[in-house]
Each structure stands twice: as C-alpha cells, then as structure tokens.
Ligand binder design. Structure first.
Ligand SMILES: Nc1ncnc2c1ncn2[C@@H]1O[C@H](COP(=O)(O)OP(=O)(O)OP(=O)(O)O)[C@@H](O)[C@H]1O
Length: 291
C-alpha cells in the first residue's frame, strides 16, 4: 500500500462525503477507515486492502508461533504463502478466521472490520471462507446436495431443515458446478469422487457462500498432476472475483498461479515478491528452499 493510493482513497472518501476527512494517521492508517461511506455488509477496500495484519503475536506456552507478523492483501489478489514447517502459516489462518486469538496486533478485513471483535462463525458470515487441507464433504450425499447444503447457513434451513432453492440459487449452483468442473458429476455421490474432485467440491461449497476472501491450506496436497493443473486453472479463474490466500509447498503449482509470494518463517514475513525474487533470496534459500 503506497501513500499515494491511500491519499487517493482518502480523497475519494472526502468527495463522497462532501466533508473533510479528519483523524487520519500519518500513513493513512487503519483509523482512516472508521466511518467510511459504505453499504452495510460491504467490505471497505478504499485503501486497496481486503486483508490487513499488523504486528500480530501469538505464543503457545511461551513459544512464539507468530512473532510480529504484518501483511496485507489487495482485493482480487491471489497471494501465495510459503515457508518451512512450523513457520506459522496455519496459525496465521487460524487467527484470520477467529479460531486463535492473538496476544497482540491488528487484523482487519477491509479498512473497517476489526476481525478480532468477531467469533469464528461471524467471520465466515462476513465473507471469509476457509478450506482445510483434508476435504470434508458429505460422502453420503450427491455433489448437488453438498452444494445445496452449503447454503444451509440460511435461517430457513436451520429452522425447518426443509427448503427449496430459489431460481437465483439454482443458477448459482449451476455456475459453481461449472466452475469446479463437476457439472457432469452433479448426481454422483461425493464419496465416489476422486480426491481432487472432493477438494473441488469443497471449494464449490465455499463458493456457494460467495466469499470475498478464500483461505486455502495446501489445496493440491495428494492430487495427481492433472488435478493439480486443473486446480491451478480454477484458482486463476477465481482471482479477481474473489481474493485468495493459498498456502502450498508445491513449487511448480505456486509458479503456475503466483503473482506475489510471501515467505513466512518463525512467525513473521521473511521475504515477499515474485517467486523468482524470493527464490533468489539467500535467506529464503537458507531456511526453506535449500541449496
Ligand atoms: N495449539 C498449539 N499449541 C502449541 N503449539 C502450537 C499450536 N499450534 C501451533 N503450534 C506451534 O506453532 C508453530 C507454528 O505452527 P503452524 O502449524 O502454524 O505452522 P505451519 O507453517 O502451518 O507448518 P506446516 O507447514 O507444517 O503446516 C509450530 O511450531 C507448532 O508446533
């Protein structure tokens, strides 16, 4: 985030409000976001960030798993996060999704939503979807039913367990089936899908909620080369419409999908840049890629 972009955002805000923006910190800062003009439920990305972590710390029994972690992600960006085992990648996702509370630091969704004030389910409802490494689809249900069930956060289902899809929801389901390459498998039992197809189905279940930010933990682990390639194409097709944070160890997959790569080590950012840049970084070679 450059000061220029922040200034431009502040100027747009002033214009929208017809008043002079006050209370901006020197750098624009998070506090600049409070009170910004935006519709309820909308994530304010005026400052060019959909996710913003600043100086986040988490210790487990005195061990600093996250140690001064700061990073931000732009709307529509596909960010890859790599790093050695134990670097803190999963813990970072746990913090963003409200599963783990940091001891210190700031975690914002857009400029105005302080994620540390929300519980896990509320964060999901705000538009942050998370895919864990192991697929967790309902094996006894069809692909279609799994996607249908993904709408089940809807009150109609919670209260009655019976609901019928609206025309709009049916369209959405069809779109998602197409996106995840399972249109021809809609009637198949999820339990009969390949590992890769189960992963895509689970991503489809997240997409049914139309998340603004998707966090994906080792999405291609255990996939065949062909499935990995298809997953790369899937992620590239999601980029722009959604923001994605992908944690992966598979470097050829990262090469196919990445623009900007963040390298985590010992709970903070060691390096950031294109894959070529971070691969050429001596510190990254030392701790992760090897010589
Ligand atoms: N609940 C916990 N209690 C104690 N230690 C934990 C806990 N969660 C994570 N850790 C420790 O914090 C460090 C960071 O773990 P984390 O799982 O976030 O790393 P990672 O980068 O995701 O690693 P990997 O690539 O192996 O998945 C590790 O040393 C781990 O053992």
């Amino acid at each position: 985030m450059t000061p220029d972009l922040m200034d431009a955002g502040a100027q747009r805000l002033q214009k929208a409000r017809g008043v002079t923006a006050t209370g901006l910190t020197e750098s624009g800062g998070r506090s600049a976001g409070y009170g910004r003009v935006h519709a309820p439920g909308e994530v304010d990305t005026t400052h060019g960030r959909i996710l913003y972590l600043e100086d986040v710390h988490v210790s487990f029994d005195g061990f600093k798993a996250i140690n001064g972690l700061s990073l931000d992600i732009a709307p529509g960006e596909l960010r890859c996060v790599i790093g050695p085992n134990g670097a803190g990648k999963t813990t970072m996702m746990d913090i963003i999704t409200g599963k783990t509370r940091p001891d210190k630091g700031h975690v914002f969704f857009g400029s105005t939503i302080d994620l540390l004030r929300y519980r896990e389910a509320e964060i999901a409802a705000l538009g942050i979807g998370r895919k864990f490494q192991k697929p967790t689809v309902f094996e006894q249900l069809s692909v279609f039913e799994n996607l249908e069930l993904a709408l089940a956060t809807d009150k109609r289902v919670r209260h009655s367990m019976v609901f019928s899809l609206t025309g709009e929801e049916k369209d959405r389901l069809g779109e998602v089936l197409q996106t995840i390459h399972l249109l021809d498998s809609a009637a198949r039992l999820a339990g009969n899908l390949s590992h890769g197809q189960k992963q895509w189905l689970e991503i489809g279940m997240l997409l049914m909620q139309d998340p603004k930010l998707l966090l994906l933990d080792e999405p291609v682990a255990g996939m065949t080369d062909e499935e990995t390639e298809r997953t790369a194409q899937l992620f590239l097709s999601l980029k722009g419409k959604h923001s994605l944070m992908v944690v992966e160890h598979d470097m050829s997959f990262i090469r196919t999908i990445s623009e900007k790569v963040t390298v985590l080590c010992d709970g903070s950012v060691l390096a950031e840049g294109t894959l070529d840049e971070v691969q050429a970084d001596e510190r990254v070679i030392e701790v992760y890629l090897g010589r």
